[in-house]
Design a protein. Sequence first.
Length: 490
Amino acid sequence: LWPGSWINGDFSVWIGEPEENAGWGYLLQARQALKASGLIQPDPMADPPQDKNSLQYQTYLAYDEMYAAEGSDWFWWYGDDMTSPSNDDTPFDSAFRGHLVGMFSAMNKALQLMGKPTVQVPDFPPLVQAKPKAPVGPFTTPPTIDGQILPSESWTSEAGVFQDADSGAVANPNDDIKTVYYGYTQDKFYLGLVFNLDLNQKINTPYSVSLYFSHKHITNADTGEFVQNPFNQTDRYGKELDFLMGGAAFDVRLDFSANPVRLKLFKADGNEGWIDGGSVQGAEIGGPVGAGTQVEIAIPFSALNLTFGDPSEFLVVTGDGGGERDRAPNLGGKVVFEDPTNMVYVTFEVDVSGTLLPLNTYGPINNPPPPDGKGIVYIAGNQDKLGNWIPNKIALRDDGQGGDSTPNDRKWSKTFGFMRGTLLRYKYTIGVPTDENKWAGTEEFPLTERGFTVTKNPQCKKMKVSDIFADRPQPSGTLGPHSVLQDCIQ
């Protein structure tokens, strides 16, 4: 037998992503506890004992729950590479963790029957991370900066949010950052951070939280003229920033060396050094308070030499005297406002005629597009403009408008603007508006995604990718065998 899954012939479908790695950590913790209990493994093929109050039954149940948790299907659904047909993996996550808790419960009952001390049931937090979303616009009512990110505040309804990609990976002792909220008003930038540690314990230590922020002020939107402060391509610890906008001009640093914590401003010198710029005028700090896991910051755009809507990108980095500990996002920065002077307009076109490959090559398409039905062709991908992997949300068109070249030619298309260097991952679906969030009966192929990187060539203004529906890429993250990419259209 070939080792690995039938998808790529390897183990990547079950391991490697943060959710999967954390799940394996949970399994190891449970299996080690069961081994340490001394309970003798029963014959897994035997019928369960009839007396449910007996030592034999509770031992059988403990191992049975362990076997259930060790099934490979749980890890199939964890991670961004797989999503259930309902686009909601939380039921699988809950069931997996339920088997682990069930194992500990049965094991403890067996230990009690043996007259042995029981084991504390570990806390198995949810593994599935919420999907990222962009801010809906300026805050209607900005959140109160008091160190408490409340469900009733605008953080939940209007802010952008993303999970730190390594959050929950139990093998990382420096996994400080859990969740990042961000938003803005016309004159301020707001940041809400949720941590995996009690920041109260970091007061009066060299610990710090840095908000690295880019700078580019558009002086003439019609001509694309701008001014830009010096920027650095590495953080204060010498680690690459990898900003789409070149680098960071400011390090807005939350300094824990004193009580209360202070917010300091450092300016890039353009040579990877940072100049002390004093305090951040007009800024607000909230937290840490209570359990110490949350911090809120509000910074006037003017303190960063910016105005509302200026191109901007940020990165959060924690560190101490020993160097960088954690960053969010893990790769690159998070764009707040795109840079119109650094955009490439990418046209996605997909042939759904079925001439080369039947639309149902990898599964049924319940609502085919015209002329065979009334289905609409959609794109789902890893960017806000591509719906953040929500299927049947971002519609393409075949009416000769909005970037579509020829009406009713069964080639659906749409043009989007992305910044140079943006990594794109996507696939197509065919459905109707009520199919939003549903993969089953709509997606071109399961488990695999298309992908390419937007050109960094400053001379290139446009790109076009021509795909064929159900033309599955191998490996995942590349283009289909019959795709054509025009990567530089001037």
